[in-house]
Design a protein around this ligand. Structure first.
Ligand code: TYD
Ligand code: MG
Length: 467
């Protein structure tokens, strides 16, 4: 029998090559090509090859051809709750039956902990859960479960890495939910490459996709991130799964943020905030209070930003430090915001507001390890920078939001009422914001008074903030 021809797959970008090369011709990564040899003869070990051998039908359309749109009844499958409010929230309101969810994050951040808690809760209300781990023994998981207070739930643990064995067990137990910890440790007998290689990861995701859709079985895959911070086999996995959740934040902080980066069933950027305690991850009911907890009010270089992540408004502290550079090359460092955004805002400040920072070191940090990519953060960053440069604190009780354009103009941002309400609830009395978003109906006097200061230009904002 003719041996299937090996292909060499770049582990960084998924490009394929018929022969080994020291450097991937597609993405330029060095030493990233790994041989993959499918056991079944196929055109190539690509995603389409592994898909070609299978068929799967979504529940409700099994075996039928194309149907007319008007004839299809919308099915709003009830969400299955995990009993952990913050986790349901990032999922878009609970688990959708038959959905495939990828939970990524650095090692030790709490992926296994969160899923074990969710699995145990889920098992109590919705039936058996199969938790297959390729990383820990059943005893290890059990002793963690004891810490987490997992009681007498129909939770089945299985220390197994072979996908075919896990599928057999699904046939036997008929679980209501499946957890695979982690997708990088499982392997299929159909592939000869090592677990964790891009071919195996893709195969695993595809096989679990078929099971999830075919059996209407909600499935969670744990995924590790690479050194660079992306999920291993990113492209291969992210388009296969329905939802990608990602653990953000640092291990050094006790709080953990889970963010939806893709969700076919809900808003992306939706956040769940947890705190890691001795008894597992505990939801944080008021994240704004947590992010502002250690803020010192009268310090120059600190601004409070009203941001919106998904559907949730959040107040976070933007910190900036502008100091004279000791060397010829001033340093620019941004933690939690995009470095390029910082450069842009510095240029705008210099050109449009006359604040010269050319020869200074500039550091910007979002307190609490949050990362922001909304343009609505601009005005708060500008405020913090100017405050540090002039060494004057921003007025107390003031929160800021707004996008800054290259002309120095301050532009309106979405969901302003949500931001204002959050600031008000957290006891802020003044919001410096884009003039376009000011709505007198939102302003309030008396108890819980809030003053809205509409701004058209960065210069005007600085006059208000550093008067
Ligand atoms: P874990 O869920 O094993 O991380 P991952 O699966 O993402 O690699 O989390 C391990 C960390 O969490 C470890 O550093 C210990 C800490 N932890 C607690 O602080 N409290 C707990 O109750 C548990 C179970 C873990
Ligand atoms: Mg783990």
């Amino acid at each position: 029998m003719k041996q299937p021809r090996p292909v060499f797959v770049c582990q960084q970008c998924d490009a394929q090559s018929p022969k080994w090369q020291g450097r991937c011709t597609e993405c330029g990564a060095w030493n990233s090509l790994v041989e993959e040899r499918p056991t079944e003869a196929g055109p190539a070990a690509g995603g389409t090859a592994s898909l070609a051998g299978h068929r799967y039908a979504l529940p409700g359309s099994a075996g039928q051809g194309a149907r007319k749109y008007a004839d299809i009844t919308a099915e709003n499958a009830a969400r299955l709750t995990t009993g952990i409010g913050e986790f349901d929230r990032v999922l878009g309101g609970g688990i959708v039956p038959g959905s495939l969810v990828l939970l990524g994050g650095e090692p030790g951040i709490g992926k296994s902990t969160l899923l074990l808690q969710a699995a145990a809760n889920f098992a109590v209300t919705h039936g058996p859960v199969l938790y297959a781990s390729g990383e820990e023994s059943e005893h290890q998981i059990k002793s963690r479960g004891d810490r987490l207070g997992v009681g007498d739930a129909p939770l089945y643990l299985m220390a197994e890495t072979c996908i075919e064995r896990i599928l057999e067990e699904i046939g036997r137990i008929h679980p209501a939910m499946l957890v695979i910890d982690s997708v990088q440790t499982v392997f299929s007998l159909k592939f000869q490459s090592a677990p964790g290689s891009i071919g195996q990861v893709r195969e695993a995701a595809t096989q679990f996709l078929f099971t999830a859709k075919g059996h209407n079985l909600p499935t969670f895959l744990v995924g590790h991130v690479t050194k660079e911070g992306s999920l291993a086999g990113p492209k291969a996995l992210e388009h296969v799964v329905d939802t990608v959740l990602y653990f953000e934040g640092e291990r050094h902080h006790s709080h953990r943020v889970v963010r939806a980066v893709k969700n076919r069933f809900g808003a992306i950027s939706e956040l769940g905030v947890f705190e890691m305690t001795g008894t597992g991850l505990v939801p944080v009911p008021n994240p704004s209070a947590m992010f502002l907890a250690e803020r010192s009010v009268a310090t120059p270089g600190s601004a409070v930003l009203c941001c919106v992540e998904g559907s949730r408004p959040l107040l976070v502290e933007v910190q900036a430090l502008v100091s004279t550079s000791a060397y010829g090359m001033p340093r620019r460092m941004a933690v939690g915001i995009d470095q390029n955004r910082l450069s842009l805002l510095l240029a705008v400040l210099e050109k449009r507001a006359g604040l010269l920072v050319g020869g200074d070191d500039v550091f910007v940090n979002i307190a609490g390890g949050m990362s922001l990519d909304e343009p609505a953060a601009d005005l708060a960053i500008v405020g913090a920078l100017a405050s540090s440069l002039r060494n004057r604190p921003l007025p107390p009780g003031t929160a800021v939001f707004g996008e800054v354009g290259l002309g120095g103009e301050v532009r309106g941002v979405p969901q302003a009422p949500l931001r204002i309400r959050e600031a008000q609830q957290m006891g802020f009395t003044r919001v410096v914001m884009p003039a376009a978003n000011v709505d007198p109906a939102l302003e309030r006097g008396g108890e819980g008074a809030i003053e809205l200061v509409g701004i058209r230009h960065v210069g005007e904002a600085l006059d208000h903030l550093l008067a």
